[in-house]
Design a protein around this ligand. Structure first.
Ligand SMILES: [Mn+2]
Length: 319
């Protein structure tokens, strides 16, 4: 296992860079919370920066401070002297695999790739890697990074960081909830983050009746496979249309599969707009590491929460 560098190395590199590119994997609370907190930090240091995500920030995260700074237009990465990739287990997830790999292969030293993440399956792709599997979230790592600087966290940064922790701990219900994540969460609340509002934003959207109707469809379809001790359900694009909801409301549903006791794993298959499928895996069962399966199938994640993509399912869903 490659080793991670210390906080000081990362902070020195950021301090010595003038034009910084920021990116992450997808539109989840941890990814966007991490980017928003870093934007606020870089602004306070008078750095030039360009935050990029392949998809626009979803509505339920738009209230995060600095989220309006995030761009969806790919820049030329050669103009930056530092690329910070956060909460992404591998380069493929950034939708910039080719561009970032070219920078990693270029030995000129003009542009450095830093990888900050907490996924079990992280590939340590950066020139510098800060990967902490024990952290609940990338937001927790960024908190620890800023803490070493004695940096005064604004209420806005506290809100962004707590959003990531709430998201990745599933509202402090999954195995990532531990003494450290709770202590940091308490500190962030003390710094001005409103935990009630964060949970409201993440879980109770304006269209919450439609969201619950969609969840109802997904739970109605749950089937239990006795042979493998797994529960499976699925959601299709036509379900989203019928319930007038966006894809982001599906993200949290997989976490509810953890409420089924004594199963080895819960599986949720989601049809994407382009006709491909995202498969989310969850488990609370001792000794089960769902990231192992996700990795074999080209995906990644954590021991207890992982996922992978499929072009075709190879079987028909019972429509
Ligand atoms: Mn994360």
């Amino acid at each position: 296992m490659p080793t991670s560098v210390g906080y000081q190395t990362i902070l020195q590199k950021i301090g010595g860079s003038d034009n910084i590119f920021l990116t992450s994997h997808q539109n989840c609370p941890d990814a966007i919370g991490s980017i928003c907190a870093l934007i606020a930090y870089l602004k306070s240091q008078n750095k030039k920066f360009y935050p990029y995500l392949a998809e626009p920030v979803p509505k339920l995260l738009m209230s995060l401070p600095e989220s309006s700074e995030i761009k969806t237009v790919k820049p030329n990465l050669d103009v930056f002297d530092l690329c910070l990739v956060v909460d992404a287990g591998d380069l493929k997830q950034t939708h910039l695999e080719r561009e970032l790999q070219a920078i990693i292969n270029n030995k000129s030293g003009k542009n450095t790739v830093i990888n900050i993440d907490h996924h079990e399956t992280n590939e340590h792709f950066g020139h510098l890697n800060l990967v902490d599997h024990n952290a609940s979230s990338t937001c927790e790592i960024i908190y620890l990074l800023l803490e070493t600087l004695d940096y005064p966290l604004s209420p806005g940064i506290a809100e962004a960081l707590l959003t990531g922790i709430v998201g990745d701990t599933g509202n402090f219900t999954n195995a990532a909830t531990n003494e450290q994540s709770l202590k940091i969460a308490a500190e962030l609340v003390w710094r001005g983050a409103n935990i009630f509002q964060i949970i409201q934003h993440l879980y109770s959207t304006e269209e919450s009746i439609n969201t619950l109707r969609l969840w109802g469809k997904i739970f109605q379809r749950l089937t239990y496979n006795h042979k493998y001790d797994i529960a499976i359900s699925y959601v299709l694009q036509k379900d989203l249309k019928e319930c007038s909801v966006g894809e982001e409301v599906v993200e949290v549903v997989a976490n509810f599969l953890n409420y089924i006791r004594r199963i080895k794993a819960g599986i949720l298959i989601k049809e994407r707009a382009d006709g491909t499928f995202k498969v989310s895996l969850r488990s609370t069962y001792p000794g089960i590491d769902v990231s192992e399966l996700a990795k074999i199938l080209g995906g990644g994640g954590h021991k207890k929460a992982a996922g992978f993509s499929l072009k075709n399912l190879g079987f028909n869903l019972p429509l």
